[in-house]
Design a protein around this ligand. Structure first.
Ligand SMILES: CSC[C@H]1O[C@H](OP(=O)(O)O)[C@H](O)[C@@H]1O
Ligand SMILES: Nc1ncnc2[nH]cnc12
Length: 307
């Protein structure tokens, strides 16, 4: 049982979502642990609030504290809603990925700029439904302004030949089984750089929540298209354990930089502000709006459709 306070009275602008093998970040002082109820249920784990130079940062384990949620079971709407509700506007999302290109070697990092959706429609993927319709732009699914920050932090990594690739297309597959060789080769022919099971619906929901969202990927395998061994989980954990320090270093350096800019337009995501309100107010006429759906939207955006 944690003895940390369960409330926190300041807004927390910055969050890290930790993926496979990244269940905590070091070097920050835990100051609270929050487990808010959202209209979409509880997040996958209590949200740890850490402090760095007086700036609070939220950490959330995507698959749960014990990695008990399969990719299709992660309560992503609750995760994003809970983060938004405590004030988060800027999310660094970490992911262990398979490489689809020779030059992206296991242990390399990739900051993707595009996604191809290969999920199967079985994951809840929007906040705007059930009597409130909204269509937000998603041409650039990640955040180019955060990519600039991540690029500046590449020097924080150590090791010979470990590279940070500053763009790439992530294929988000359904899983939980890994791909067939035919699929893996198909994704390569589409120009996929890396593959995971977690980029969606997380990135879509973060966009609906008007957050600056960027995934940082670490390659753990060559999936199954390569002449090297086919991916299995021991391989993923082997590389996460071998290179976990570098992952933590990179995430830590990015956080240091974002903390310095805690109240900036970038960290408070001014560039996405108002998108969802616009998207929604164009679509469903006031007389067609379901009060329950409005209440859910209010949880994300207090005063959402006033005036
Ligand atoms: C354990 S291999 C497959 C698993 O790893 C990745 O997780 P995450 O993105 O949360 O780091 C991938 O997306 C799959 O969920
Ligand atoms: N090869 C792979 N396919 C899907 N998700 C992954 N996560 C890590 N490696 C992966």
């Amino acid at each position: 049982m944690s003895s940390l306070p369960e409330t926190f009275d300041r807004p927390v602008h910055i969050a890290v979502i930790g993926g496979t093998g990244l269940y905590k970040i070091d070097g920050y002082t835990p100051i609270a642990q929050l487990n808010p109820d959202t209209p979409w249920g509880k997040p996958s784990a209590p949200i740890l609030i850490l402090e760095h130079n007086g700036v609070p940062v939220a950490f959330l384990a995507r698959h749960g504290a014990h990695h008990q949620y399969a990719p299709h079971e992660v309560p992503t709407r609750a995760n994003i809603a809970a983060l938004r509700h405590i004030g988060v506007r800027c999310v660094i999302a970490f992911s262990a990925v398979g490489s689809l290109q020779e030059e992206i070697k296991p242990m390399d990092f990739v900051v993707p700029d595009q996604i191809i959706d290969r999920t199967k429609g079985i994951r809840p993927f929007t906040f705007f439904e059930g009597g409130l319709v909204g269509h937000v732009p998603f041409g650039d699914p990640f955040d180019p302004k955060i990519v600039e920050v991540v690029k500046k932090c590449a020097a924080s990594m150590e090791g010979d030949g470990v590279t940070l690739h500053d763009k790439g297309t992530v294929i988000c597959m359904e899983g939980p089984q890994f791909s067939t060789r035919a699929e893996s080769n198909l994704y390569r022919s589409w120009g996929g750089s890396v593959i995971n099971m977690s980029a969606l619906p997380e990135a879509k929901l973060a966009r609906e929540a008007e957050m600056a969202y960027q995934m940082i990927c670490m390659a753990t395998d060559y999936d199954c298209w390569h002449t090297s061994e086919d991916v299995d989980v021991s391989m993923v954990f082997h590389y996460m354990n071998t290179n976990g320090q570098n992952a933590k270093r990179l995430v830590g350096a990015v956080l240091d930089e974002l903390c310095l800019q805690d109240n900036s337009d970038l960290v408070t995501a001014k560039h996405w502000e108002g998108q969802s309100k616009n998207a929604v107010s164009f679509m469903t006429k006031p007389e067609g709006r379901n009060p329950e759906a409005l209440k859910r939207a209010e949880f994300l955006f207090p005063g959402f459709l006033d005036n």
